[in-house]
Design a binder for this molecule. Structure first.
Ligand code: IFM
Length: 441
């Protein structure tokens, strides 16, 4: 590893991240059906129709998994709580077993000296609310604020920080325009509504948390560097529009109370009536910002398509198992850009960064030098951003262990810990050991 703990400012938080549906086993403990359960049960949506029923069985194996985190020398653990585990139908009845589970989980972190970084929504829309339109229904903001209150009453006294929503672009655009994630819609009107309601929900959750006196609140946004594939005017414009959709829509709403013109040009006429009146609730101060970063995309115009009339083309850089180009400069770009253009001195956390690789256990070990190099290069990019003035206070590797990679099932392995999905055996990979050595005090 080309970095060590002491290269970073005192108090910098090193951690790993996971999400509830991807690891817990959603068939256990009284959790309700989510739109991922129905999406994956519908032919053609998910590789081999795999679902999160058992996943890594973290629900039963969490103690050992927390030991693995502690053993690595991590300071924090970014986890999420599942709405449908806490409230199986999304509203009304509360699942005490679910609350008890999160209670034990948080205590388990604290016993091991790990700071709990909670995310409230990492994509488990309860099916009963999906029936009512899910993210396209404006009432989602009230429903999710109520869930926020229920789970916060139980564990809010012990979590270190709370993020409202993970990756609003995936929740809205990827899932309602591109149709790749649940609920798998491809509809511009649904997209405009989801893109706005996810911001509105963030605002309503923040308001509820502030009213409850909860501290250290933020949101986790994902960013892909959008670049023109060539120097033509058309490609430059395509990259600008992509950047506005992916990288500016959410952060500008939250920090400035506005939406980029480039996106309103396409979505404006499909937006819910009176959306302008919601911007004040959305534009409330954060305590910190989470940045998820993985890759870049190269764009060209596509005049054969309606708005946004653009498409990505394959780039020349080495790629991960996801087919994503490895581009650490993009992380430096977003960390410094967020500080410069949006959040100033506010603490920024790299809440996700990592890579999938086709890892195998051989002689009881997993040799993954590609991942060690990836982590090293992105840690160096983070250090450069700190030197250039960004107030970055932590870095969470995605993911602690191989898990359910949504529409791609269990094939894409992001973990620093290998999981055998037959036996559920955990095997820390070489990258895990390299991180452990870099973090040693
Ligand atoms: O697995 C996902 C995670 O749920 C959200 N961020 C990106 C990861 C890798 O695709």
């Amino acid at each position: 590893m080309d970095f060590k703990r002491t290269d970073f400012p005192e108090g910098f938080v090193f951690g790993a991240a996971t999400a509830a549906y991807q690891i817990e086993g959603h068939a256990f403990g009284g959790a309700g059906s989510t739109h991922w359960d129905t999406f994956s049960a519908t032919p053609g949506n998910v590789v081999r129709a795999e679902n999160g029923d058992r996943a890594c069985d973290h629900y039963h194996m969490y103690e050992g998994d927390l030991d693995i985190l502690k053993e690595a020398g991590f300071d924090g653990y970014r986890f999420s709580t599942s709405w449908a585990r806490v409230m199986p139908k999304g509203r009304g009845q509360v699942n005490q077993e679910g609350l008890d589970y999160y209670d034990r989980l948080v205590d388990g972190m604290l016993e091991r000296g790990l700071k709990p970084f909670q995310t409230l929504y990492h994509w488990e829309m309860p099916s009963a609310l999906a029936d009512l339109g899910g993210w396209t229904n404006r009432d989602v903001a009230r429903w999710i604020a109520d869930y926020t209150e229920v789970i916060t009453r139980r564990i809010g006294d012990r979590v270190h920080s709370v993020a409202t929503i993970n990756e609003p672009w995936c929740v809205s655009f990827l899932s309602h325009f591109l149709g790749h994630h649940a609920p798998g819609q491809r509809d511009i009107r649904a997209t405009a509504r989801a893109m706005h309601h996810v911001n509105l929900a963030h605002g309503a959750m923040m308001e509820r948390l502030r009213d409850m006196g909860q501290k250290n609140l933020g949101i986790v946004l994902n960013f892909d560097r959008a670049l023109p594939a060539d120097d033509s005017a058309g490609s430059i414009e395509a990259a600008q529009v992509q950047d506005a959709i992916f990288n500016r829509w959410f952060i500008e709403a939250i920090t400035k109370g506005t939406y980029p013109e480039e996106v309103l040009n396409g979505l404006g006429k499909y937006m819910p009536e009176g959306w302008q009146d919601d911007m004040a609730l959305i534009n409330k101060p954060l305590d910190w910002l989470g940045v998820n970063y993985y890759t870049r995309g190269l764009y060209v115009p596509d005049p054969t398509m309606p708005w946004p009339s653009l498409k990505p083309v394959s780039g020349p850089l080495p790629k991960t198992q996801m087919g994503w180009e490895i581009f650490p400069d993009g992380l430096h770009h977003f960390l410094t850009r967020m500080a410069r253009d949006y959040v100033g001195d506010l603490p920024i956390f790299v809440t996700e960064n990592g890579m999938a690789w086709d890892d195998h256990v051989e002689n009881g070990a997993v040799y993954d030098p590609e991942r060690t190099a990836f982590v090293s290069d992105h840690m160096r990019a983070t250090l450069r951003a700190i030197e250039d003035g960004a107030n970055v206070q932590g870095f969470f590797y995605w993911s602690l262990m191989d898990n359910y990679e949504w529409a791609l099932g269990y094939e894409k392995r992001f973990g620093i810990v290998h999981v055998d999905f037959e036996t559920l055996k955990r095997t820390p990979k070489a990258s895990y050991h390299a991180i452990k050595a870099a973090l040693a005090r």
